[in-house]
Design a protein around this ligand. Structure first.
Ligand code: IMP
Ligand code: MG
Length: 183
């Protein structure tokens, strides 16, 4: 089988395969402990969280069920502007369930704030958020994730499910676009 083509030269690796795998395993352990006697409903936020949730469920040892919803914020490329909306809703109600929202990245906080509001209104037993990446310096709304894989600098990242105008989701590692990250 041929190796995957090298990504374009304006992409610079920020989080490699091994670090990603270790981070996801650590999250899985933490979640498994916290939900020891529970069976949470994981809600993957499409499309960005699709690869993350696929790896994360396999690192969680308690029984889970999985559902998805899809959100969009108006504006496309590297800036999410104000408004968030549900493009595709959950298959099933979440009333009375322990819900864990799985996000790719927490940036301004608008998406997670919106989702918490919408999902809390459906009366889950509990509602927490796991985000693979946290760009804390970009926060506009005061909201945090209960589980964070990696805190990252204020740079636009792609790969491992994250896109730029729908490209690069397939890259197996996280890359920053533009200048190399400062270490
Ligand atoms: P927020 O609503 O500003 O917190 O942004 C959340 C959403 O914007 C994420 O779920 C991503 O879909 C997208 N996003 C934010 N930053 C990045 C990035 O660096 N790369 C790719 N997508 C991003
Ligand atoms: Mg997203």
């Amino acid at each position: 089988m041929s190796r995957q083509r090298a990504p374009k030269s304006n992409l610079h690796r920020l989080i490699g395969r091994d670090a990603l795998a270790r981070g996801v395993r650590a999250l899985g352990r933490e979640i498994s402990q916290d939900y020891a006697d529970r069976s949470p409903r994981l809600i993957g936020v499409l499309k960005g969280a699709w690869i993350f949730i696929a790896d994360l469920v396999r690192a969680i040892e308690v029984p889970v069920t999985v559902d998805f919803l899809s959100v969009a914020s108006y504006g496309y490329a590297t800036n999410s502007c104000g408004e968030v909306r549900i493009v595709q809703d959950l298959d099933a109600p979440i009333k009375g369930l322990d819900v864990l929202v799985i996000e790719d990245i927490l940036d301004t906080g608008r998406t997670v704030t919106f989702l918490k509001e919408v999902l809390n209104a459906r009366r889950p037993r509990s509602l927490r958020v796991a985000a693979l990446l946290d760009k804390a310096s970009r926060r506009i709304l005061r909201v945090e994730a209960d589980y964070v894989g990696f805190k990252i600098p204020n740079r636009f990242v792609v790969g491992y499910g994250l896109d730029c105008a729908e490209r690069y989701r397939q890259l197996p590692e996280i890359f920053v676009m533009g200048n190399p990250p400062s270490r």
